[in-house]
Ligand binder design. Structure first.
Ligand SMILES: [Zn+2]
Length: 261
């Protein structure tokens, strides 16, 4: 089984003590390539330093809506500079993590929207996919994507919407990121939705260190759990584990423009 973890925060301090060992264990289990997403200006350099040391790691840079109060107007200009400086670098793979979070009510929505759109425009300018965080904001996200029409699409990370919403994202050229959330028996509605998704819609992810799967509850999530997540989601989708692994890796490689060998 060869897997791509399309969403991690491997640069976070939770991994400082054992990052190399964890990566070695993940690779031994078939998790070959991993995307590490930037969330605020302060972690971009650390993230880039990290991926530079490992050819199977890929970087995305962005300003995450949950850290809205940490972002400054000049950080958007810096993001533009990073993307310009690294344009064409094989380990730069996307703009992200960006998006809209309507679950946390203290986050100012007009400010989130402006920041989101500015970063979608950067994705368009640099012809990169966009990796998007969406909580309780599918309608407005879909409307925004319809208006801006990104040529390379992207991924709706930790997708938890409806089958209808899934269809709208697919029409805009987006894939749906699935990880630990639908492995939980309590997530009944999401599990039903996942059962209806076509194989070409799905990319696998962990969101490590967050969103631990049901088989490793209450602990740090890790890319090494991706094979088990894949097995459980394949069961939900009524396909073989290898079939889902192959399809999701193919979908991710195609989106990021990576050669599949
Ligand atoms: Zn994330």
């Amino acid at each position: 089984m060869r897997l791509i973890d399309s969403h991690t925060h491997l640069d976070f301090p939770e991994f400082d003590a054992d990052r190399a060992e964890l990566l070695a264990r993940s690779r031994a289990l078939g998790v070959e390539r991993l995307v590490v997403l930037g969330v605020y200006q302060g972690n971009w350099q650390r993230l880039w330093d990290l991926v530079q040391g490992d050819a199977g790691l890929y970087a995305a840079f962005g300003l995450h809506p949950v850290y809205l109060d940490a972002h400054r107007p000049e950080h958007l200009l810096e993001l533009h500079d990073w993307l310009q400086r690294l344009a064409g670098h094989p380990q730069l793979c996307a703009v992200g993590e960006i998006g809209l979070d309507y679950f946390l009510e203290q986050l100012d929505r007009p400010r989130q929207q402006a920041l989101f759109e500015a970063q979608l425009r950067l994705a368009a300018e640099f012809e990169l996919p966009a990796l998007i965080h969406v909580r309780r904001a599918h309608a407005v996200t879909i409307a925004t994507l319809k208006r801006l029409r990104l040529r390379r699409g992207g991924i709706i990370h930790a997708f938890a919407g409806s089958v209808e919403e899934a269809r709208e994202y697919l029409k805009q050229g987006f894939k749906l990121g699935l990880g630990g959330a639908p492995t939980w028996p309590q997530a009944k509605r999401l599990r039903q939705t996942v059962a209806h998704l076509p194989l070409e819609a799905v990319v696998l992810e962990t969101d490590a260190p967050d969103m631990a799967p049901a088989m490793h509850p209450n602990r740090r999530n890790s890319p090494e759990y991706l094979p088990e997540i894949c097995a459980e989601l394949a069961r939900l989708m009524n396909v073989g584990t290898d079939e889902l692994a192959a399809a999701s890796s193919r979908n991710a490689a195609e989106l990021f423009g990576w050669r599949t060998t």
